[in-house]
Ligand binder design. Structure first.
Ligand code: GLN
Length: 304
């Protein structure tokens, strides 16, 4: 497959497009990011790499971190985890409170904010040193110990986290949050403020494309059956109320973040990441979705 040629075509096409989206501003620090940043990186299971643009510049991974926290929780806990968080698409925005009230504080899935907050709560109950252990996990799947959480982004989100705090309070009233609300909020905001580049994220996502094994040292970090489940959750829930649209247009499991990143995988083939900060009205990178739609169209392959 002529991947580099295909990526070059995608880059040329995107540079000719007008961006109608907006950079996330509800976290003030994210509003400072240059809207013209654009990078893409593709890492194949045969260890070849392709990319363009700002592929090596780090950005705020935000909700993409929810895939890593879910993976860490599933590697530590048994299936009783899914008594506290479901695996159904929500069809609602990422930070919605609506379903939680009539579904008794059980979030629809681990990739919406409510679900990721429950996962953060389980990590706090399980790990000795949750923030450090979380970062260690990212270091392990990327083979890169320089990746860290950005304190400014953390502080910025912390000041405006009333909605996530209300999700936590509501779930705590139903008994589905075991730890102190501030502690859970803290870990969640810390994981969202982690910064990684497209190439680092593609390396990390290789465990989802390679049945739970890192490609750089062939270590089985999580079982293939758990990877199957995580990929299924990404496919059905990775884009909130646009999960259907992403499946329809792109046809790969993936996850977006309000930092403008999207990571996706083709099992057995590749991990691919794209970064373009302006978001569409559903909170997903406008040109990121376009880039991935073109990738599966120009290669002729998706998981469908
Ligand atoms: N930290 C962000 C929030 O909780 C993550 C949202 C996202 O990336 N969709 O609002």
């Amino acid at each position: 497959m002529q991947y580099q040629q295909i990526l070059n075509t995608i880059e040329t096409e995107i540079l000719a497009l007008k961006n109608t989206g907006n950079v996330a501003s509800y976290i003030p620090e994210l509003a400072k990011v240059d809207a013209n940043k654009l990078g893409m990186h593709l890492y194949c299971n045969d260890a070849s790499h392709y990319g363009f643009g700002n592929e090596d510049e780090r950005f705020s991974i935000q909700s993409i971190s929810k895939v890593f926290s879910l993976t860490l929780a599933m590697s530590l806990l048994d299936d009783t985890l899914f008594e506290r968080v479901d695996v159904e698409p929500s069809g609602d925005p990422f930070n919605s409170l609506i379903q939680l009230e009539y579904e008794n504080g059980i979030p629809r899935n681990p990739l919406i904010n409510a679900g990721a907050l429950v996962i953060a709560d389980t990590l706090i109950s399980t790990l000795e040193n949750p923030k450090k252990d979380f970062l260690d996990f990212i270091h392990k799947i990327t083979n890169n110990t320089t990746i860290k959480s950005n304190q400014k982004v953390f502080d910025s989100e912390k000041r405006y986290s009333h909605r996530n705090a209300s999700l936590l309070n509501l779930m705590k009233s139903f008994g589905n949050i075991k730890n102190d609300i501030e502690t859970v909020l803290d870990l969640y905001i810390f994981q969202c403020a982690i910064e990684m580049s497209c190439s680092e994220l593609a390396t990390a996502f290789m465990i989802y494309a390679n049945a739970g094994k890192t490609l750089f040292n062939d270590t089985q970090l999580i079982s293939p059956i758990k990877i199957k489940r995580i990929n299924a959750i990404m496919q059905t829930c990775g884009f909130y109320d646009e999960a259907g649209e992403f499946s329809f247009r792109v046809g790969l499991p993936g996850k977006s973040g309000v930092g403008g990143g999207i990571a996706a995988i083709h099992p057995g083939q590749y991990a691919v990441t794209v970064w373009s900060p302006p978001l569409n009205p559903k909170g997903n990178s406008e040109h990121g979705m376009y880039a991935l739609e073109r990738l599966t169209t120009l290669t002729g392959y998706s998981i469908f």
